[in-house]
Every structure is written in structure tokens, then in C-alpha cells.
Design a protein around this ligand. Structure first.
Ligand code: NCD
Length: 309
């Protein structure tokens, strides 16, 4: 039996390096199959999604991933049109969705929401973003992108810049990178440093430095992972305005980078990468979004087929 069969994806911390590498191998395989071969992988299977927070990429990438392997999707992407507005609990909504689907994808404002849903649902649950805590499939997509574009993850110098306090993709990525031998530089405004309650656990597996100056690191990096300032998570708009636009990666910054460095971003971008960077060979964030479809298709194929694909 394949080890991912019927398993939830709640946290990237639940995965070993070997398991991550197996997912990458399955993703490579899916990318090589013809579209008619791919269509057999999850024929007739239904993915149900519940999005309690806005999303474009993540939901559409799950939609297109399941469609690319022969399945279909249904769900609620706009909570204001659902029974939650009538007072239905998350537990009941999850129970309902697990009747209608073979696998559930949940995005919710609360930390711990996916773990809670997985305890209620008798179908596997995928965490598509739980509060500021984690976004494991984004980290799998990010690691896969680094591997594809730089050939290997070990040995790289990786800068992560932006909102390291509220950006959940950063936490999942750091835990994922803990499986590799990498040199990580965290760069953020003082008020948006990585949360101190997480550093202890991350430091067990990963060495990183913290600073406020992107310029101090820019010429050494192999990978620059840019994140947006998470406006909606600030308790106070004044605090947001103080850090808005702290870092902008433009062509001037790119000139200081190694020729073969890559720039990633989980998207959506606001103003932290200027659009004239998009056409350069270093800009890999749209490619990263495309890999996200394939990594998710591989995960769905593994979770929904006892013997893999
Ligand atoms: C991220 C998220 O929702 O955490 N988006 C995504 O899933 N690609 C990043 C963000 O919102 O900034």
C-alpha cells in the first residue's frame, strides 16, 4: 500500500525528507504522463473545498489539479453564501462535505482548524492554510520549485523576506527546509520578525540568521523568497502602514543578485516585486504557481489510490 493513501495533510512537520522526495518523484511522473493517462488517476473522484478565507491560486490550483487527473470538485469558496451565515458550525459543515466528497480541502482563519476538521471528517483533509500557522501544500510546491529550478536543495543560500510574523507559507517552508542542508537568511522589519514561539522548534533542524537589511545578503543568495505584508492580519492599520512597502525587489536589486539566482513568491503579490522583474529569467513565481498544480495533482493521486499511480 502507498504510505500516503487516505492520509491527511495537516502540517509539513509530519513529512520526512524521504517522503518529500517521493512526492517530488510522483510529481515528475505526473508531468511526464500524457493527458489521457493522467485522466485515469482519479477518475470519478470528488474533491470538496471549504474556503473561509479568500483564495485565488490555491483553490484554482486544487480545482485544476483534480480536473487534470480525471476527478471533479465542488465546494464553498465564499463563506457569505453558505449556511455558516445561518450559524452552522465548522464541525457540521465539515461532516456535510465529507458526505459529498472523497477528499476535503480546508482554508480557515483559525490556527488548528485543519487538525480539528480531520478529527471530524471520515475523509482525508488537506490543510490549504490555517490561520497564520501553516500552509503545507504551498511548502511542498515551493520545495519542488527550488529543486526543479536549482537541481538540488542542499547547499543553497536562501533568503526569505517580508512578513515573517504573519505569513504562514514561511512557517511551512522553514519546517520543510529543516530536512535539507541549507543556509537561510530571514529578512524582515523588526516588528515582523518570525514569531519567537516558533523559532525554538524551527532551530532544532535549521540554521538561520535574522536581519532587517536585504542589501546585506542579496549578492550571496541562490533563492530569494519574497512574501507580501499580510495587511488583513494586523490588529491595527497604523502598524501596517509603518511597514507597508518595506522591501521592493526591482531591476536595481536584481542587478546585485547572482546571475543564476531565482526569485519566488507564493503570490498574491502586492508591491513587493515590481512587474518589470517578471520578464527576467530569474523570476520563477509564475512557474512556481504552475508547479503547484502538478504537486497537488500528485498528492491527490497518492492519497486517493491505494497503490499510488
Ligand atoms: C498565501 C496564503 O494564502 O497564505 N497564498 C497562497 O496560498 N498562495 C500567501 C498570501 O496570502 O500572502
Amino acid at each position: 500500500m502507498n504510505e500516503f493513501y487516505q492520509k491527511d495533510i495537516i502540517s509539513i512537520k509530519d513529512y520526512t525528507k524521504e517522503q518529500l522526495e517521493k512526492i517530488f518523484t510522483s510529481t515528475d511522473k505526473i508531468m511526464q504522463l500524457s493527458s489521457s493517462q493522467r485522466q485515469e488517476i482519479c477518475k470519478g473522484k470528488t474533491l470538496g473545498y471549504l474556503f473561509y478565507e479568500p483564495s485565488t491560486r490555491t483553490r484554482l490550483s486544487f480545482d485544476s489539479a483534480i480536473a487534470s487527473i480525471g476527478g471533479n470538485s465542488l465546494g464553498i469558496s465564499n463563506i457569505s453564501s453558505s449556511s455558516t451565515q445561518k450559524g452552522e458550525s465548522l464541525a457540521d459543515t465539515v461532516k456535510m462535505m465529507s458526505i459529498y466528497s472523497d477528499i476535503l480541502v480546508l482554508r480557515h482563519t483559525l490556527d488548528g482548524s485543519s487538525r480539528f476538521a480531520s478529527e471530524i471528517s471520515d475523509k482525508p483533509v488537506i490543510n490549504a492554510g490555517s490561520g497564520t500557522e501553516e500552509h503545507p501544500t504551498q511548502a511542498i510546491q515551493d520545495l519542488f520549485t527550488i529543486k526543479k529550478e536549482k537541481k538540488q536543495i542542499d547547499g543553497l543560500k536562501i533568503g526569505i523576506v517580508g512578513d515573517l510574523k504573519y505569513g504562514r507559507t514561511v512557517y511551512s517552508l522553514l519546517h520543510g527546509l529543516g530536512n535539507y542542508d541549507v543556509d537561510v537568511r530571514l529578512i524582515s522589519p523588526e516588528s515582523l520578525r518570525i514569531r519567537s514561539d516558533s523559532t525554538y522548534e524551527i532551530k532544532k533542524n535549521l540554521d538561520f540568521t535574522e536581519s532587517t537589511e536585504l542589501e546585506d545578503h542579496i549578492d550571496e543568495l541562490d533563492v530569494l523568497y519574497v512574501t507580501r505584508i499580510q495587511k488583513e492580519r494586523f490588529p491595527d492599520e497604523e502598524e501596517y502602514l509603518k511597514v507597508k512597502g518595506s522591501y521592493v525587489v526591482g531591476l536595481d536589486m536584481l542587478k546585485k543578485m547572482k546571475d543564476d539566482s531565482i526569485i519566488l513568491h507564493p503570490l498574491p503579490r502586492i508591491d513587493e516585486i515590481s512587474t518589470d522583474v517578471d520578464k527576467t529569467k530569474n523570476a520563477k513565481y509564475f512557474q512556481q504557481a504552475e508547479y503547484g498544480k502538478h504537486t497537488r495533482a500528485a498528492l491527490l493521486g497518492l492519497i486517493l489510490n491505494e497503490n499510488g499511480f
